[in-house]
Design a protein around this ligand. Structure first.
Ligand SMILES: [Zn+2]
Length: 583
């Protein structure tokens, strides 16, 4: 990492010639200064050697990953410890997102976040359960006062799990600057993960930017035919180009001891030895994270799920991760001149992979010319409010819904409304309204607006029903339709049978399922009293812990009400027996 910083420093001053010993001395100086920027003595959140399945700033859909995903040996229930003394400032339990999440605010100015937890430590568990019983809800968010749940350094605070939007047991660990809730790369705080491997380079692309730009006799984006010279060193045959161009790279990092493909830390571009572009994943704000859609080649991302990073900064891109760039990373290729473009990719430990692209400046006849279809209808200026009206629908797009201006295309075929297509990123939600006047009240009851996902399957969107208009919000373009679901959810006991004695049972597990519109609401009672059933949507399981409440000997009547998103309701009644027990 230290040598990286040196290169930044010098390219900024454009001093290219330097001696090695001087470099080393300065590296030490700058490294020390850097370490002082962040507390280095915070404890590890897990008591095992740390391996990562996700790094800070890793590229995800619509956002950068804001923490580390720490592997938990593939199991749940590992002890999680507080990184520093402080107090529990927030507890959030949700079906998606971080599932069961704990926030601890520390006197050092930072807040640590622990996500996808299985459960909290007994003290915190007792605190939050009391709140859940009071609210009669599994999902909850509370902000305890600084005096309520004081935490010491390395205190056991929770057990790792797989709750929420997690698909495999792990701990999501985040360090935020408390002021402004700015997530920082936890590796800057002295977390040491062994990594001796150079970043993996998957693909490199060259983009024509100006109207006259061309690459290898094409005015379309060109994938470079890369050759690996040695580990972490790549080159290509000379590329003939002209005009203003940009480069893009698809790259990952692997760390020692885990197979996962994680994100890299820093990417730079040099042209003839001069740095023209750099970004580094040290920190970012939640307000800017969506601009990842402008870093990525969004169309390739949607079409091929490929995270190709464009190493140039388009005008509307407000990411703060950029530094030391010239001409926003765009490269002007002139006639009869030779260029060497170098892309330098580093992981947090400073392992580097370098791609060298020799360029010959030449304006030649194009073999392949892109046919740009110009539609004159529906030009969307991103700075204006835009509307689309069809036979049975309208769609409204607020100012700044989009990152760029473009020609909006739409179709209305039978019942399906195609709003352009999902290769154009959306910054703010827009509203689609359907006219439902031709449907009866009875028909409307089980109808809702559905949107197609990438696989083409239609899924429920929260639908507002007002008069003859159904409306829904979305943050993705694509296909919409009115859908209906008339089938009730199902409820099935999972670990018990009706009428049995369950005195030795610790938990009661019931599976609930809705095949189409999905589960909206559930409520469970025993002998008329609300019980906390934790809902794990991935498994469709509702779990009750008998230790939550006192049991009075005898017959226990369990009642569960489940509603789907299309107003189909099921009331499930069953019973079992249990001997008296205290909590
Ligand atoms: Zn995570």
């Amino acid at each position: 990492m230290s040598s990286l910083l040196i290169i930044n420093y010098f390219s900024r001053t454009k001093n290219i010639i330097m001696k090695n010993y001087f470099l080393l001395a300065l590296a030490l100086l700058i490294f020390t200064a850097k370490a002082q920027d962040y507390p280095q003595n915070m404890a590890k959140p897990l008591d095992i050697p740390l391996l990562l399945s996700g790094t800070f700033g890793e590229l995800r859909g619509n956002h950068f990953h804001s923490g580390l995903d720490i592997k938990t040996k593939g199991i749940e229930g590992l002890k999680v410890f507080s990184a520093e003394k402080g107090y529990v400032s927030r507890i959030k339990i949700s079906h998606g997102g971080y599932g069961k999440a704990l926030y601890i605010t520390h006197p050092n100015g930072y807040t640590t976040v622990y996500g996808h937890l299985k459960k909290f430590s007994p003290r915190i568990e007792k605190y939050i359960k009391a709140k859940q019983y009071k609210k009669e809800s599994y999902t909850i968010q509370v902000y305890p006062k600084a005096s309520e749940l004081v935490i010491s350094k390395k205190e056991l605070i929770a057990f790792s799990g797989n709750t929420g939007g997690s698909f495999g047991a792990h701990l999501h660990y985040e360090i935020r600057k408390t002021a402004g809730a700015i997530p920082h790369n936890p590796m800057l705080f002295g977390i040491d993960i062994k990594d001796t491997q150079k970043p993996v380079v998957k693909n490199v692309y060259i983009y024509p930017i100006s109207d006259d730009a061309q690459i290898n006799q094409s005015d379309d984006v060109v994938q470079v035919n890369l050759k690996q010279k040695s580990l972490g060193s790549f080159t290509s045959d000379p590329i003939i180009a002209f005009g203003k161009i940009g480069v893009g790279v698809n790259t990952y990092d692997k760390q020692d001891g885990s197979y996962n493909w994680n994100g890299v830390y820093n990417i730079k571009v040099r042209v003839n030895g001069l740095q023209t572009y750099e970004h580094q994943l040290e920190k970012f704000s939640f307000g800017e994270t969506h601009y990842i859609n402008l870093l990525l080649d969004y169309e390739r991302y949607i079409k091929f799920k490929e995270y190709n990073q464009r190493l140039f900064i388009t005008p509307n891109n407000k990411l703060s991760i950029y530094k030391n760039s010239i001409n926003n990373g765009f490269i002007d290729i002139n006639e009869e001149k030779d260029y060497l473009i170098e892309i330098i990719i580093s992981d947090f430990k400073g392992n580097e992979s370098i791609i060298k692209l020799p360029i010959i400046g030449k304006d030649v006849a194009l073999i392949k010319e892109v046919q740009h279809e110009k539609v004159t209808l529906n030009y969307f200026d991103k700075n204006n409010v835009n509307y689309i009206t069809g036979d049975n629908f309208t769609a409204t797009f607020r100012k700044n819904t989009f990152y760029e201006n473009f020609y909006f295309d739409f179709q209305e075929n039978d019942s399906i409304i195609s709003l352009h297509n999902n290769t154009v990123p959306v910054r703010k939600s827009f509203t689609i309204n359907f006219d439902v006047s031709k449907y009866t009240t009875a028909q409307r009851k089980h109808m809702y607006i559905a949107q197609a996902n990438k696989k083409g399957n239609y899924y429920f969107r929260a639908t507002k029903k007002k008069g003859d208009i159904f409306s829904a919000k979305s943050k993705a373009l694509g296909n919409f339709k009115l859908d209906k679901d008339t089938i009730k959810p199902t409820v099935k006991p999972f670990n018990f049978a009706q009428g049995k004695w369950l005195s030795s049972y610790k938990q009661l597990i019931v599976k609930i399922k809705d095949n189409k519109s999905g589960i909206k609401y559930y409520r469970a009672t025993i002998n008329g009293k609300w019980i906390l059933m934790e809902y794990e949507s991935k498994k469709g399981a509702l779990t009750y812990n008998f230790s939550d409440n006192k049991t009075i000997s005898g017959k226990q009547n369990l009642k569960i009400i489940v509603l789907d998103n299309a107003a189909n309701k099921v009331i499930y009644n069953t019973y079992f027996y249990r001997k008296e027990s205290n909590k």
